[in-house]
Design a protein around this ligand. Structure first.
Ligand SMILES: Nc1ncnc2c1ncn2[C@@H]1O[C@H](COP(=O)(O)OP(=O)(O)OP(=O)(O)O)[C@@H](O)[C@H]1O
Ligand SMILES: [Mg+2]
Length: 379
């Protein structure tokens, strides 16, 4: 695998009295597509700027392949950055913008020409070499910035919300291209975004940040299906999240897929009633926990589902607000006056009854105990 591994240990950063990063530790593997994901102001750019060398941490360790890079200025680190606003030179052509890092190094033009051509091909801009940045679309400008950041063959590419200036469709397209470029050149990518869909769809692993802290590091699947904190559960995707009290615990005969002992717990949720959940946590009666079920794991129907399985949670409610978006409908189902459960129904078949469930319909919602998840054990 190409690229450097990047190790960040106990990095703190304050601006005056304000603590922007709190003991951040990460180990990013060689060649990994690693994302820093979190809401605005959580410290993502600050961390990226520290890795790039534009900002120095208060106290800390930062290594690339085991070598301390903190004493090195940005241009001596094997990392290049792609910024949100492209930062292209307006008076230079596409070709010269991409060639710029090589010109600074006084590399002969005969070497530069084929190399720039290769990188323009990599980002699919072969026919645009002679244009100036103001003759390019947003997506094309960003590709120039990516080619320019890659032409020095860095070990690490740092990307700070590189797609945020593009419209949604182009963003999707560029994201796929970025993933393909990563596959082709194989170096380490550190990608900053506050868009969870973006992070989930391209990353090998994600670090979820909030208020200067790294809350959880994991694969997209781990972060989505097994959020470690209430914040992560709410920030990644949409969910139904409740505080609950453990009312009953039963050890199950079968082990779960990883061979761990599984329990069936009954939870008391004041707003909802009793909910069954399977868990590998050793819960105690009376313990306070938070519990979640994702909207797409809930079935919705006008007829009572024909099941008498022990592990099914079944509630009745009325549809408050159906939001149809072609491939799916999102429903807010009112269980009690101010308690809504979000449900997403995918329209996998043409005959799906999705759009037929309408505002104010009485419906049944159900999900199995295994589809809920205990997020935090609080006491
Ligand atoms: N040079 C600075 N001086 C003072 N405060 C700063 C400075 N740079 C960043 N901050 C503060 O540190 C916090 C983290 O900023 P940062 O730019 O890292 O956030 P971010 O996660 O990248 O947010 P966004 O998604 O909006 O880009 C913010 O509250 C910001 O106001
Ligand atoms: Mg930022």
């Amino acid at each position: 695998m190409k690229g450097s591994d990047v190790v960040i240990k106990d990095v703190c950063k304050s601006f005056g009295d304000f603590r922007a990063l709190n003991n951040v530790s990460l180990k990013i593997d060689k060649g990994e597509f690693f994302s820093l994901l979190g809401p605005s102001g959580c410290g993502k750019t600050t961390l990226l700027r520290i890795i790039a060398g534009f900002e120095s941490p208060d106290d800390r360790v930062l290594t690339f392949d085991g070598t301390d890079v903190l004493p090195l200025p940005p241009n001596r680190r094997q990392a290049n950055t792609v910024f949100q606003n492209y930062a292209l030179f307006p008076h230079l052509t596409v070709f010269e913008n991409v060639a710029f890092p090589l010109r600074i190094k006084k590399i002969p033009t005969a070497v530069i020409i084929p190399k720039v051509k290769d990188y323009l091909t990599l980002v699919q801009l072969e026919g645009h070499a002679h244009k100036k940045p103001n003759q390019l679309s947003g997506g094309q400008k960003q590709r120039v910035a990516i080619a320019r950041a890659l032409i020095n063959e860095p070990q690490v590419l740092l990307l700070d919300e590189p797609l945020s200036a593009l419209d949604a469709k182009l963003r999707q397209h560029m994201l796929i291209e970025l993933d393909q470029i990563h596959d082709k050149i194989g170096i380490t990518f550190i990608y900053v975004t506050h868009d969870q869909q973006e992070a989930l769809s391209v990353s090998d692993r994600i670090a979820v940040m909030n208020a200067g802290d790294v809350l959880q590091i994991g694969t997209p699947h781990e972060i989505y299906e097994s959020p470690g904190t209430d914040f992560v559960a709410k920030f990644i995707g949409e969910t139904n999240l409740f505080d609950a009290t453990v009312a009953r615990v039963l050890k199950l005969e079968k082990l779960d897929v990883n061979g761990d002992t599984e329990y069936m717990a009954d939870l008391d949720i004041p707003e909802l009633g009793r909910v069954k959940v399977t868990t590998i946590d050793m819960l105690q009666l009376g313990q306070k926990v938070s519990w979640t079920v994702r909207p797409e794991k809930i079935l919705i129907s006008k007829d009572r589902p024909a099941t008498n399985r022990e592990d099914i949670n079944l509630f009745k409610g009325s549809v408050d607000e159906p939001i149809y978006s072609g491939f799916q409908t999102k429903f807010y189902v009112k269980i009690r006056d101010d308690i809504m459960i979000r449900v997403i129904k995918q329209h996998a078949k043409y005959s799906d009854e999705g759009p037929d469930i309408i505002w104010k319909d009485e419906v049944f919602i159900s999900w199995s105990a295994a589809d809920g998840y205990i997020v935090e054990v609080k006491s």
